[in-house]
Write a protein that binds this ligand. Sequence first.
Ligand code: ATP
Ligand code: MG
Length: 328
Amino acid sequence: MEKNRLEQILDCFGKVKVAVVGDMMLDDYIIGTVDRISPEAPVPVVSVKKERFVLGGAANVVNNLATLGAKTLCFGVIGDDSDGDRLLNVFREKNIDVTGVIRVEDRPTIVKRRIIAGTQQLLRLDWEDASNIRKEIEDLLLNKIKEHIDEIDAFILSDYDKGVLTPRVAKEIIEMAKGKNIIVTVDPKPKNAQNYIGATSMTPNRKEAMECLGKGKDTDVLEIGKELKEKLSLTNLLLTRSEEGMSLFGNEKIENIPTYAKEVYDVTGAGDTVISVYTLAGASGMEWYEAAKLANTAAGVVVGKMGTSTVTKEEILEFYNSIYNEWN
Ligand SMILES: Nc1ncnc2c1ncn2[C@@H]1O[C@H](COP(=O)(O)OP(=O)(O)OP(=O)(O)O)[C@@H](O)[C@H]1O
Ligand SMILES: [Mg+2]
């Protein structure tokens, strides 16, 4: 791809509106030092120095999109609690539209709260209720999506199996999108794969793709990809393969894209970066193969950063140039 063309596409990122629907989470990092053992029980006492709130789950996809300059709408369900306030505050600090986030009284905001002393994680506390949302909440969520459907260029369904993407929610979104020619990409949980028949694309990792079809580890990854794409009637399927990069299953052929990551520090959240860049590039008019190359490039940048991270357009452009070097 020519440099001008790539720059044009990256410019388009700011004009595209992507709706993320899924399980929004809050990651909390409580960081301190330990100087003594508690007199109450044989446990360390952490003297807290700072606390950091980070967007997690589907909210990390929203964060990736916002960092890339895209317009985003997030649709999800959080609790009517203080962690819900914190999650909304982080969204607002980043100028992310939260009109599609529904607050309910009967389930908590999903939180993963870590207590860290120095570099050592001492404990993690999780809050969640992963049961499917009630029918009335499904109605509310689907109605909100309907209200905005004419502004949306693409949907990302980010399924962490925490109850927002019920079979009905998934199916109705795909139906709505079909009628309007809107892209729908899915980061699936294998047991819910059947909910996503007819989506544009799916981005499972190796293990998830195997599990979607109930196959064992020894099965050929290329056979799995082909079969899954057919079975779910997807336009294409992007199978992420960690250190082996990714494979795109299109209409006629399979494209294998190797990874060019030089330093790998932390692969957490790489999948969220992949689906964000892939969808945004596709919605900006890029061919799916080029979009996959760009997503793979972005993943190569993000695995070189510590913690759940995001990438900017400038970082993608620079790394793409250093890999493919087609412009010099
Ligand atoms: N060890 C690695 N070395 C090089 N690149 C990697 C590595 N792990 C991940 N990547 C890059 O990140 C992309 C997505 O990684 P992976 O297949 O592990 O997705 P995932 O399991 O969905 O990730 P996540 O942990 O975010 O759910 C890969 O296609 C590749 O480009
Ligand atoms: Mg993943």
